[in-house]
Design a protein around this ligand. Sequence first.
Ligand code: ZN
Ligand code: ZN
Length: 440
Amino acid sequence: MQNQMTLEFFIPHAQEGDYLTFPFTMPAGVESFTLRYRYTHRSESERRSDRATFLAQQEINIIDLGLIDPQGLQVGASGSNKHEITITEQRATPGYKPWPLTPGEWRILAGAYKVAPAGVTVTYELEFSFKSRRWFKGDLHTHTLASDGVCTVEELGQRALRHGLDFLAITDHNQMIAGETLPQPPGLTLIQGMEWTHFRGHANFLGVDRPYDAPFAANTFEEVQSRFISARQRGALISINHPYDPDCGFQFDLNRLPFDILEVWNGPMRESNLHALGFWQRLLASGRKIPICGGSDYHRDSPFLFLGGPTTCVYAMSAAPGDILAALQQGHAYITFAPDGPTLSAGVGGEAAILGDSLPWREGQCLQISAEGLIAGDVIRVVTGQGSEAILEAECAGRMGATHPITAPGFARVEIYRAFLPGIPKLPALLSNPIYFDYP
Ligand SMILES: [Zn+2]
Ligand SMILES: [Zn+2]
């Protein structure tokens, strides 16, 4: 959805040499803001001789541009050389900073450097593009040269784009990154993060520059707790990583640590991930509502390890890091084994409830499922607190639509199992977050 607005201001000659501001309202939910402006820059007068005509052009007005946010902070300034600027949370025309498009009163800064004796009318055209929910694919767990990976952030970004990913979290061991220092290549959102790495457990702190001030190292549970509490207070999304990894499983008491999501799928699907999946299912069956995520834990290419293996698909309002992390926290996501793995949409009553949502249970409710990118032998299952039920085995490649009745309060989620290698049992190719059906 787009919205346009035109504002006109007259600057009298008497204000030549002044800096003026013109207010406008930034509506809520803007993803991208473009500002264009125009005014009579030169006067033109034609002179003719017998052999030629000459158009004399004289610079009579020069109006500079700048932009100020609702808190009075300078978003950018561009003199008089740019007539159009665009700003999003991640990108901006040079001279301006990527900036959250906070609703409220913004101001256009007009530097009246030169104003003709008759004054000048400046026309500003404002264009707002609004956020809307759509799917983004990404990898939430990667390492660079800053820890034990082999790629720079830029190289990882290029690889992510080639793999068809929309976002990538950089999560080096115990390394903090300032979001501002991350490159923002077109088409890719890089999310700052760190993997808090301790002998007895790993966790990702995503989306903040500095989750805590003390060193990562902690020798008591209270010290561990204080790192997590600080990260939570500073707005980090906290993921408990590979909780059942045989070498670095998570040994701290999860009931006493704040966290948001559980990394049930780390790198290639294997026994430790299946353990994590079982653990998550027990939590769900006990009434907890915990969203899941996946991450490749990419360090370097190896036979079963690749960027986007697995891929977390997030239904977010925009590609801005804040929107992607908010959607993850709300469970609007599923995990698929690769960027080109099967895709899913599941909901109740159209978009009345989507993955991650809760609604009161009532008799006759159904989960609508559609899955694409299936191959022969794929099994689609619906998992609830009562158990797991296969609803289809694909006889050949194709897509599926299904309606599954919800017969009791609790939750329902979707799994797709696939035979990846002959002779090896089918393994998850896709895991979704649940929709929760609360006791009425
Ligand atoms: Zn780890
Ligand atoms: Zn890692």
